[in-house]
Structures are given as structure tokens and as C-alpha cells.
Ligand binder design. Structure first.
Ligand code: MG
Length: 441
């Protein structure tokens, strides 16, 4: 039986994510670590319910708990990595809609728990193999504040004075999420900040937690009307940052990833790690700056592990999740924000000018409903001719682009991503493989 998905344990509140589950999982996590554990949340309505149940389980198994309240996931990860605590627990459903919540476990080194360790916690959970403490060994609960520790840690890594000189005006859209108490203050240390949606509210009254073009129209309008230099929108737990340029253009995450990756390899050389689904604009730009790209399966913990293994210079995903190894091996929306300001300051260019250097590829995404995904994928593999890669699903290269075909991890769907500089070609290739998959199915 499996409990953890690719993003920890996640589901609909009081259907999947119940206090009973949280208590039992808290006991399992506590039995595994047996030490000092930091816990934090985003701003969702069920967080107090789930957090208190997890805390009960953790102290019942003899752990001391440090409650960091509402902070971004990367702030919790940074604290765990750089202090003597044994683990972290984050209550969040990241970019998911408001009715979702989740529980994520952070290892002692600040990374998301490796699958082998999750399996051990699952074993304890399902077998109820808990190490219940006796009455005089019940753990204690303390309040802590990790915000300043995180903000100082991020600011130590950038050229603050260079950035301040430019007097940037930044509109920050916290989306009523975990960014609220941290990101306006972090960015406010080096720029003038105007905050939108900066009060915590799990109903997400202003916008959905995912920073898509449709969801951040208010930010775009604010950047234009205030004549700001940049707009920044965070997802629900602020590990991802999406940017808007000074003209109010939404910048797709693949381009901000390419820009930052190119900037890093220009300075240090080396390798950039990203999933196979990422636009080729990243590889093309990184190569033009003297670096190279290594591809992984889809999923930020997989990217982070690969970066550690090969000592990569930089890494990230096209959804706005950027990983700075000099800081920590996880996505960090705060680090991404100040690094982007630093890039603008040192290059002395507007964000729109910087982005105009990134090659423009068109991506067409479609899907086929399919119950027997794995069987269809096997048959498709035999049909594929020419140059293909099997890192995650099947990625087929052709003269002017590629098509990636992947079974969904959670739904009865096969996804098709088709990319080319010519939108017509991308569309044709997506249709070609859609038809082929339908025929096989
Ligand atoms: Mg997130």
C-alpha cells in the first residue's frame, strides 16, 4: 500500500485528509525520527486541524515539536537544513485548489524525504508499528520563528547593495498563501514593495493558488498601473515564483528558468538539471552560455537529487520552481525572486529585454483518455521509430522539435507534449501521436 504520492500525502480535506489520518501519520513520522521536529503550514482552512493532529502523533511518540506557524515550504526546509533539528513536517497542498491539503516530510538535510524513507514510514503507518512513549516521555511543543533566519540566509547570497542602487519597484502577489509573512519583507529589504493579496486566507478569495496567466491578471494590471519594474506571484506554499515584466507581460516559467540557468552557467559553467518535459529554450540558451543540460523524470525532488549527485550548477522546472544549490536543494520562490532582481541589476537591463534573448518555442499540450495506460505505452514503444528517449515516458525527436508522451500518475490519461519553434508543426505532431495512441487503445 502506498500513502505518499509525488508531493507527499495530499487530498481533499475531510475526505482523504482527515484528522485520523494526520494523527496516525504523525505517530508514524514520530516513530521513524524520534527527535526534534519542526512543523509549519501554508494558509489553508484545514491546517490547524491537521497540524494539531500531526503534533499529537509526534509528541505521543516522544518527539519534541517546534511550531513555526505559517511560512513558505522553502523557509522550513532552510531551517531544517541549517540547524540541529532532525526533520520537518509541512502542512500544505502547494498550488492545488482550496479544498485540498497535504502533509510533506522534510529530511534532516532539508530535502524532501527520499522514497526509501517514505516506504519505511508507510510500513510503520500501515502495520501500526508505533513507538508509543510512556507518560513521562511525552514530547513538548514550542513556538519558534524561522522567518528572520530564512530572510537573512537568502540575503547573504546576493549582492544587496548593487540591487538597492537601482531602486526597483516590485509588486508582490502573495495569493493569500504562505508567502504573506515572509516574501514582502524579504524583497522589501532590497526594493520598494507593493503587496497584493498579502493577508493569509485559506478561502483564496483573490485568486487560485496556482500562479497561471488567468489567475494573476490583478498582478499584471498592478504592474502596469504602478509602473513597476517587475511583478512576482507565488504559489500556495511559495516554493514557486512566476514573473511579470515591466510592460505587464506574463513570463512563462520555462523562460525565467532559461534566463536564470544561462546567468548561472555564464558565471560558473557546468550543468543545469531539468525534467524531460521542459522546453528546449532552456537547453538552447544554456548551451549558448557555455553550459550543458541533463534531463530527469518529472518531479522537483528528482531534479534536486540529480543535482546533488552530479554537483549541478543550477536546476529547475518550467512551472517557476528554481533550485539554487548554493542555497539549498529544493525549489525556493524567495531565492528565485531576489536572484531575478540581482540579475536585472547586474545586467542593467529591463526584464523584458532580458527575456527577449530567450529562444521562443511553441508547446502544444493534449491528452488521450485511456484506462490501460501502461499496456498502451508498451505497444507505442514498439511502434516508435527514429531518435527517442525513455527517461520518463517516450520522448521522440524529429527535425524541428519533439513529442513527449507520458502516462498520468494519478488519472486514466496519457499526456502528449509537442514542441517546435513552428506552432503548426507542434500541432501536427501532437495530432499525429494522439491518433496513434487512440488507435492502439
Ligand atoms: Mg508549491
Amino acid at each position: 500500500m502506498r500513502l505518499f504520492g509525488t508531493n507527499g500525502v495530499r487530498g481533499v480535506v475531510n475526505e482523504d485528509m482527515t484528522p485520523e489520518l494526520a494523527l496516525r501519520l504523525g505517530k508514524a513520522i514520530g516513530s521513524y525520527f524520534n527527535g526534534n521536529i519542526v512543523i509549519a503550514t501554508d494558509t489553508r482552512t484545514a491546517n490547524e486541524m491537521l497540524k494539531n493532529a500531526v503534533i499529537s502523533g509526534l509528541i505521543a511518540t516522544g518527539n519534541n515539536v517546534f511550531d513555526a506557524k505559517i511560512v513558505p515550504t522553502p523557509a522550513l526546509q532552510y531551517y531544517v537544513k541549517n540547524t540541529e533539528v532532525d526533520a520537518g513536517v509541512m502542512i500544505t497542498a502547494s498550488h492545488n485548489p482550496p479544498q485540498f491539503d497535504g502533509i510533506k516530510v522534510i529530511d534532516k538535510d532539508g530535502t524532501e524525504l527520499a522514497r526509501s524513507k517514505e516506504e519505511e514510514i508507510e510500513r510503520i503507518y500501515f502495520n501500526k508499528d508505533f513507538k508509543i512513549a510512556s507518560w513521562n516521555e511525552i514530547g513538548k511543543v514550542y513556538d519558534i520563528d524561522v522567518t528572520d533566519f530564512y530572510i537573512e540566509g537568502v540575503l547573504d547570497l546576493i549582492k544587496k547593495e548593487e540591487i538597492k542602487k537601482h531602486g526597483f519597484k516590485v509588486v508582490v502577489d502573495c495569493g493569500n498563501g504562505a508567502a504573506c509573512f515572509t516574501m514582502p519583507y524579504l524583497i522589501g529589504e532590497i526594493a520598494t514593495v507593493v503587496s497584493l493579496n498579502a493577508h493569509p486566507d485559506g478561502n483564496f478569495p483573490a485568486r487560485q493558488p496556482e500562479p497561471t496567466l488567468d489567475n494573476i491578471k490583478d498582478l499584471i494590471a498592478a504592474v502596469k498601473s504602478m509602473k513597476a519594474d517587475i511583478g512576482i506571484a507565488f504559489d500556495g506554499d511559495a516554493d514557486r515564483a512566476i514573473f511579470v515584466d515591466e510592460k505587464g507581460n506574463f513570463i512563462h516559467g520555462d523562460k525565467s528558468l532559461a534566463l536564470m540557468a544561462g546567468y548561472k552557467v555564464e558565471k560558473k559553467g557546468g550543468v543545469v538539471v531539468t525534467p524531460v518535459s521542459t522546453s528546449s529554450c532552456v537547453e538552447e540558451y544554456v548551451k549558448s552560455k557555455g553550459g550543458s543540460v541533463v534531463y530527469t523524470k518529472v518531479g522537483s525532488p528528482i531534479v534536486a537529487r540529480k543535482m546533488i549527485d552530479i554537483k549541478a550548477t543550477f536546476g529547475g522546472e518550467e512551472n517557476g520552481g528554481l533550485i539554487f544549490p548554493e542555497h539549498q536543494y529544493c525549489r525556493d520562490g524567495g531565492m528565485a525572486s531576489v536572484a531575478m532582481l540581482e540579475l536585472m541589476a547586474l545586467k542593467e537591463k529591463n526584464l523584458s529585454e532580458l527575456i527577449s534573448e530567450i529562444p521562443d518555442y511553441k508547446m502544444v499540450k493534449t491528452k488521450v483518455e485511456c484506462k490501460e495506460k501502461e499496456k498502451v505505452m508498451e505497444k507505442l514503444k514498439k511502434k516508435v521509430e527514429g531518435n527517442a528517449d525513455y527517461t520518463d515516458g517516450i520522448k521522440i525527436f524529429f527535425e524541428n522539435g519533439w513529442v513527449l508522451i507520458r502516462p498520468s500518475g494519478t488519472e486514466p490519461i496519457i499526456r502528449i507534449y509537442s514542441q517546435s519553434k513552428d506552432e503548426r508543426i507542434a500541432r501536427e505532431m501532437a495530432e499525429k501521436y494522439k491518433k496513434m495512441i487512440k488507435e492502439i487503445a
